[in-house]
Design a protein around this ligand. Structure first.
Ligand code: DC
Length: 218
């Protein structure tokens, strides 16, 4: 089991996908689970402020992943919600939803079930600290806020949603504050995490760095 935690825009998703392919591991995107809870709650008319009701949504979440080629598809029941969970509105909702202790507790079992059997690269915020404290290799992946904003803006533009880099940077600061400052499972590196700063490095360099650590341990 490999965990990759760190702030939004550090490159976790892309690195996790590439690393999973290189190692022949499965992939578990825990951020997508929080996003799916936000989406399912919205559709069920459950407020993002209602912790107990959200925990009910989380406990019954019919989520499944299908990692095909370069894309990690997210399904809720029969529906592919991969695009629907990536809107700015659901990004904000996921951040709000993830601050409720009841939701985090409800999702623990689900995350552990989805990763059962090992051979998984897991990415998120607290996967090396809270969800999988016994993981064989833990990484904390960061990049400077400016670099993260630049990458996220390029990503959005490539996806046909041109964005203003200054606004993206402001949103990154806001989300960082909320994710790191919350009382429950704040985003902190695991004591035994390997810190990797991806600023100024290519994707290939970062993946090679992580792969070398994992291979050296197995
Ligand atoms: O990585 P992401 O942007 O898809 O995550 C969406 C939100 O979920 C983000 O605000 C942080 C939260 N999250 C979390 O609290 N714990 C995780 N393990 C993963 C994501």
């Amino acid at each position: 089991m490999v965990t990759i935690d760190g702030p939004a825009g550090a490159g976790k998703s892309t690195v996790a996908k590439r690393l999973a392919r290189a190692l022949g591991y499965r992939l578990l995107d825990t951020g997508a689970i929080y996003r799916a809870v936000a989406l399912a709650a919205r559709r069920a008319d459950v407020a993002w402020t209602d912790g107990p009701a959200l925990a009910g949504v989380a406990a019954a979440l019919p989520i499944e992943f299908a990692f095909v080629g370069e894309v990690n598809h997210v399904h809720l029941g029969d529906e592919d919600v991969s695009a629907a969970i990536r809107t700015p509105e659901i990004s904000s909702g996921a951040s709000q939803v993830s601050a409720h202790p009841e939701v985090r507790t409800a999702l623990l079992a689900l995350q552990r079930r989805l990763a059962a059997g090992g051979g998984v690269v897991v990415e998120g915020r607290d996967t090396g600290t809270v969800v999988f404290p016994d993981a064989g290799a833990k990484f904390f992946l960061t990049a400077s806020p400016a670099e993260r904003a630049r990458r996220r803006t390029a990503e959005l533009t490539a996806a046909g949603r041109p964005a203003d880099e200054a606004a993206v940077l402001a949103e990154i600061h806001e989300r960082d504050g909320r994710d790191a400052g919350r009382a429950v499972a704040p985003m902190v590196p695991a004591e035994d995490a390997v810190h990797v700063d991806s600023t100024g490095k290519t994707l290939d360099q970062v993946v090679a760095e992580l792969e070398a650590v994992v291979r050296a341990r197995s």
